[in-house]
Design a protein around this ligand. Sequence first.
Ligand code: G3P
Length: 215
Amino acid sequence: MKLFIDSGNLKEIEALVPLGIIDGITTNPSLLAKEGGDYRGLLKRICQIVKGPTSAEVVATDADGMVREGRELAAIDEHIVVKVPFTKAGVIACKTLAEEGNKVNVTLIFSPTQALIAAKVGATYVSPFVGRLDDIATSGMNLIAEIVEIFGNYEFTTEVLVASVRHSIHIVEAARMGADICTCPAAVIEGMFKHPLTDIGLERFLKDWEKAGLR
Ligand code: G3P
């Protein structure tokens, strides 16, 4: 399974990329707004660091505007993936941008029917938001299971990019279901490394070694 960082923060990205486990980046208007400044320059820098798919979202709400902004975003770097929200305008824009050869990530997916439509119009990725479904007492991971099952029944090349990930269990369940990608906040990826028994075990190994006076 591929791991993306859901962030526009250079420090977070630069801290994790050297681990060799990061396959891409997703951003959204809220994440880029948090960083402020020249977002085009930031996206370019992120692409240079990660050298992998980097999603950048349009903010237009009409199809023509989305296509125009999508082309501008795609021109920033070869790694840019154009993100469009799942609306009728977004579906039209996805079809146009995909037919032009751009990679498109259809985001704000909350149902299997939305994912199916996005795949039919050539989305490279669909981004179902599991955390936000969990937040309203609806199983986000059930949605992933449905989308993976549906995509597996047909020849769709669209990848399931699990988004709005809140903790490691989302990652474990996504991997068990065969989702293609999880995009996670940096803190969630950091959490993947931690286990108290690993720390306790290593401390005991080193203490026993020191006690034995081995050189
Ligand atoms: O960036 C898309 C998605 O991962 C954001 O989810 O719920 O953490 O804002 P959320």
